[in-house]
Design a protein around this ligand. Structure first.
Ligand code: NAD
Ligand code: MG
Length: 394
C-alpha cells in the first residue's frame, strides 16, 4: 500500500488531491501519514478521519485545542505550529503533495525530499525561492520531484522520452487573466474582487490575484528555469485566453509538442499521483470541435511588468528568487488589505529588488536553507517599508 501525505490539504490543490485519493480508493488504497492545514480545523479533521491519517497538523498553535476536540476518539494525532508541520514532513511517505501557499511551503517540501520518495510540487514558491537547493536535495537523496503546476506538468509530459539536448525552446501559456483587455489607465483602480475573478481556473485567492497581475506567470518563468534547467532565453510566455494548451516544447528539428487539457488542476495532480503510469482521472474531456478555435497573442509588457522583473531573477539566480517572491507576497498582502493599488504591486517588488541589490549580493548562491530564509525575511521587511511609503503617497 502506497503511503501519502498532503501539506496544504484544506486548500484548492489540497481538496482536489483529496478528491482524487478518495476516488482511487481512499483509506482502503492509501496509507495516509500526515495532513496539514492552516485555519480550517473542522475540514482538516474531517479529511484526517476519512483517510485515517497518522497525524493532522494545523499551522497555528491556538487552534490545537479545537483540532484535538475535532479528532477525539479517531486515533489521529493532533499537532500544531510550523515546527510540527516540518516534523510531520520528516515522517516517511512514498508520495507527498506540497500544496501550502507561499514560502511557508518550502521547509516541509525540503524535509520530505530527504526520504527519497516522490514530491508532487504544487508550491511553486519552493522552486522560486530555493530552486538550486531543492533540486540538489532531491538528487542527493534519490527523490523525484513531479511538477504539479499545470504548465510545468505539461512541459514534463511533452519531454517524456525526448532528449533534453534537442530542445530549442519552451513556451508556457498564460490566460492573460481578467484584465487582458482592460484599458491600461483603468488598471490602477482595479479592485481585489475584480482581480480575484479568474476567467478559466478556480484557485485560491492569492494565486488568482497573482494571475491577474501575471506575477503568477513571473513565478512560473523562474520555476521553469529552475526545474528544467533551460537557459532563460529559451523560455517564453504566450497568452492563450482559452487555457487549453498549457505548454509547448519546440525541438531543433522544428517540431513542437503541445500539451492540451481542460483547465482543471486534477489533471496535473492526477498525473503526478499515478506517475509513472497514467490512472483514470475524472476531468471533463476536451471537445475541440465545440471549442472551434484557440487563439494566441504575445504578452503586453506595459500591462504586465512582472514578466520583465522575473527575467532579471532568471539571469541572476542565487538569492534573488527568495527576495522576489517575498517582496511579491508582501505587495500582495498590502493590495489585499486595501493599502496599495493593483499596479503598485509591481512597483513595490521593483523598488524592493533595487533596494536589496544596493544592500547585498542578490546573485550569491545560498549556502543553505538559512540563507534563503534570511533573505526571505529581509525582503519582507524592505517590501513592507516600501509598501507603507506608497500607501502614504496615495
Ligand atoms: P489555497 O490558498 O487554496 O490553499 C493553501 C493551503 O495552504 C491551505 O491548506 C492553507 O490552509 C495552507 N496554508 C496557508 N498558509 C499557511 C501557512 N503559513 N502554513 C501552513 N499552511 C498554510 O492555495 P492553492 O490555490 O491550493 O495553492 C497552493 C499552492 O499551489 C500554491 O503554491 C500555488 O501557487 C500552487 N498552485 C495552485 C494552483 C491552483 O489551481 N490552485 C495551480 C498551480 C499551482
Ligand atoms: Mg500554473
Amino acid at each position: 500500500m502506497r503511503s501519502i501525505s498532503i501539506f496544504g490539504a484544506t486548500g484548492s490543490i489540497g481538496e482536489s488531491t483529496f478528491d482524487l485519493i478518495r476516488r482511487a480508493g481512499g483509506a482502503e488504497a492509501y496509507r495516509t501519514v500526515a495532513l496539514s492545514g492552516a485555519r480550517n480545523v473542522a475540514r482538516l479533521a474531517e479529511m484526517a478521519r476519512e483517510l485515517r491519517a497518522e497525524v493532522a497538523v494545523v499551522a497555528h498553535e491556538e487552534e490545537l485545542p479545537a483540532l484535538r476536540e475535532a479528532l477525539a476518539g479517531s486515533g489521529v494525532e493532533a499537532a500544531a505550529g510550523a515546527a510540527a508541520i516540518a516534523e510531520a514532513a520528516d515522517r516517511p511517505a512514498d508520495w507527498v503533495m506540497s500544496a501550502i501557499v507561499g514560502a511557508a511551503g518550502l521547509v516541509p517540501g525540503m524535509r520530505a525530499l530527504r526520504h527519497g520518495g516522490m514530491l508532487a510540487l504544487a508550491n511553486k514558491e519552493s522552486l522560486v525561492t530555493a530552486g538550486a537547493l531543492l533540486m540538489s536535495t532531491a538528487r542527493d537523496h534519490g527523490a523525484t520531484i513531479l511538477p504539479v503546476d499545470s504548465e510545468h506538468s505539461a512541459v514534463f509530459q511533452a519531454l517524456t522520452g525526448e532528449d533534453a539536448a534537442a530542445v530549442e525552446r519552451v513556451i508556457i501559456t498564460a490566460s492573460g487573466g481578467p484584465f487582458r483587455q482592460w484599458p491600461l489607465e483603468r488598471l490602477a483602480a482595479a479592485t481585489v474582487a475584480e482581480a480575484k475573478a479568474h476567467p478559466n481556473w478556480s484557485m485560491g485567492s492569492r494565486i488568482s490575484i497573482d494571475s491577474a497581475s501575471m506575477f503568477n506567470k513571473a513565478l512560473e518563468l523562474i520555476e521553469t528555469r529552475e526545474f528544467f534547467g533551460f537557459a532563460p532565453e529559451m523560455i517564453e510566455v504566450l497568452v492563450h485566453p482559452q487555457s487549453i494548451v498549457h505548454a509547448l516544447v519546440g525541438f531543433r528539428d522544428g517540431g513542437v509538442m503541445a500539451h492540451m487539457g481542460p483547465a482543471d488542476m486534477r489533471h496535473a495532480i492526477g498525473f503526478a499521483l499515478h506517475w509513472p503510469g497514467r490512472g483514470h482521472v475524472p476531468v471533463e474531456r476536451l471537445d475541440l470541435a465545440k471549442l472551434g478555435s484557440l487563439s494566441f497573442e504575445a504578452p503586453d509588457p506595459a500591462r504586465f511588468p512582472a514578466l520583465r522583473l522575473a527575467r532579471e531573477v532568471m539571469e541572476m539566480r542565487g538569492l534573488s528568487g527568495a527576495a522576489f517572491n517575498a517582496a511579491k507576497e508582501i505587495a500582495l498582502d498590502h493590495f489585499m488589505g486595501g493599502g496599495i493599488g493593483f499596479l503598485d504591486m509591481a512597483g513595490v517588488v521593483e523598488d524592493t529588488m533595487s533596494r536589496l541589490s544596493s544592500e547585498c549580493a542578490l546573485g550569491n548562491p545560498p549556502a543553505g536553507l538559512e540563507d534563503v530564509l534570511a533573505m526571505d525575511h529581509l525582503a519582507r521587511v524592505r517590501a513592507g517599508e516600501l509598501a507603507a511609503k506608497r500607501q502614504r503617497g496615495r
